[in-house]
Design a protein around this ligand. Sequence first.
Ligand SMILES: C[S@@+](CC[C@H](N)C(=O)[O-])C[C@H]1O[C@@H](n2cnc3c(N)ncnc32)[C@H](O)[C@@H]1O
Length: 169
Amino acid sequence: MKSLSELLDIRAKLIKDNQESESRTINDDDCAFLYNFIKLHAVTTAVEIGTWLGTSAMIMAECGVEVWTCDQHKMFTYKHPKIHYYNMWSTAFLKKLKKDKLKFDMAFLDGRLMNEDVKRMVKLLNSKASILTHDYMGNAKGVRNFKSLKKYIGEIEVHGVIGVTCLKK
Ligand SMILES: C[S@@+](CC[C@H](N)C(=O)[O-])C[C@H]1O[C@@H](n2cnc3c(N)ncnc32)[C@H](O)[C@@H]1O
């Protein structure tokens, strides 16, 4: 398995190759958090909303996680056998995952869930699954996703709803 420092180098290369700004993809601290979280919680499968460049998907996959991820934009270029990327909105994506009878240990939410997505997302999670809501600050999407999800958390035994704070400089 690659070291965190090797993964941060891949992140830097993704940004450079795509001539993108640092701020739209998860930062180095978030990468470290995700890397350690996956190891601590022995995550094997994850669903992600908001692929963009694919830094977060790359970290998860390189840590051995099988990742299903979607984005309405086509910015994703990082090929990895464990990354299942869908260029679509979350609503169609979550319906597809349900139809395919997939279940997940973790959700990494870096896009805004639509109202109709919220319950569907929770139902896709295994018991003791974790939900990470990125951009957890002020009224940003992480906080709004967290608030929407909280209503349904009682329905399954979710291990924790974690807001990953991401302070963009
Ligand atoms: C901050 S970027 C994600 C960064 C990515 N996690 C990374 O590490 O490179 C947020 C992305 O979420 C996508 N997005 C937001 N809401 C979405 C939704 N409901 N369905 C699909 N994509 C969505 C946007 O198109 C955008 O590309």
